[in-house]
Design a protein around this ligand. Structure first.
Ligand code: IPE
Ligand code: IPE
Ligand code: MG
Length: 259
């Protein structure tokens, strides 16, 4: 027989909403191809989807949003597409920075800077400096980013300190490695969303995603909207995050059995 008390004892606990959502914004090219449009049009519409995602994340009370916009491996694309993507990044910062700042968004950019054109480099610095004190939403843009490169760079930094006698190798731990990554100061993602149906990380946040939940959405990035974000959050909240332990429900059952 079911009654209210036994139902509430067995209902799966819904986890808290994600504090940090990271998105692999994929499928711009396929979105365009399906409409007989050039890939550039897909990327342009992708920027509009990014604006919607930032707005929706703010409205839904997400504290950290990280988006993958250009990977270290995207340099393998044709030169024209690379130049289109660089142009869109510049335009995004020039057009949207004032609005992002007015909405209280703090912008961080992770990824390598040394092989970027000087005009892009200075826009990235401008975006970070202008919004440094904002606290409403933390937006991290992974641009020219590769997680393996980021980890290698952290290893170099730590090795240098050891070589100079400033660091005892016995003191190297997870916290120290965390602090040497580009994402230093940003909590690990709770939820990673990838659009367009692909189920891989493509060199995104490998270290940071150790205990992230993954949600793969079939739709292409240019169609992403608040409803898609809410759907992904709903799936996330139905998951049981155990971090290697047992779930709260199982722990309770164990206690009862032992009693
Ligand atoms: C994501 O869309 C944008 C970037 C990777 C820069 P794609 O350009 O990868 O689109 P598909 O995967 O070819 O459809
Ligand atoms: C990952 O997408 C990078 C970004 C979304 C910026 P890709 O389209 O480059 O990834 P692969 O090549 O399908 O793995
Ligand atoms: Mg792709």
């Amino acid at each position: 027989m079911r009654n209210e008390a036994s139902e509430s004892a067995t209902a799966p606990a819904r986890s808290a909403p994600p504090r940090h959502i990271a998105i692999i914004m994929d499928g711009n090219g396929r979105w365009a191809a399906a409409r007989g449009l050039p890939r550039l049009e897909g990327h342009r519409r992708g920027v509009e989807a990014l604006r919607r995602a930032v707005r929706a994340a703010g409205e839904l009370g997400v504290s950290y949003l990280t988006v993958y916009s250009f990977s270290s491996e995207n340099w393998r694309r044709p030169p024209q597409e690379i130049s289109d993507l660089m142009g869109l990044m510049k335009r995004f910062i020039r057009n949207d920075l004032a609005d992002l700042h007015a909405s209280g968004v703090r912008v961080r950019i992770i990824g390598a800077r040394d092989n970027l054109a000087p005009d892009i480099r200075s826009l990235l610095v401008e975006a970070e400096e202008l919004t440094r004190d904002n606290t409403k939403l933390n937006l991290t843009v992974a641009f020219n980013y590769g997680s393996r490169q980021e980890i290698a760079q952290a290893a170099r930094k730590i090795a240098q300190a050891v070589a100079e006698g400033r660091l005892d190798p016995a003191r190297i731990d997870e916290t120290m490695i965390d602090a040497c990554l580009d994402t230093q100061g940003v909590p690990d993602p709770d939820l990673i969303i990838r659009t367009s149906g692909e189920q891989r990380l493509s060199n995104f946040l490998l270290w940071q995603s150790a205990y992230a939940e993954f949600v793969f959405l079939p739709g292409h990035w240019p169609d992403f909207d608040r409803a898609a974000l809410e759907e992904a959050i709903g799936i996330y909240q139905s998951r049981d995050r155990r971090y290697g332990a047992v779930s709260i429900q199982d722990a309770k059952t164990g206690e009862l059995a032992g009693a």
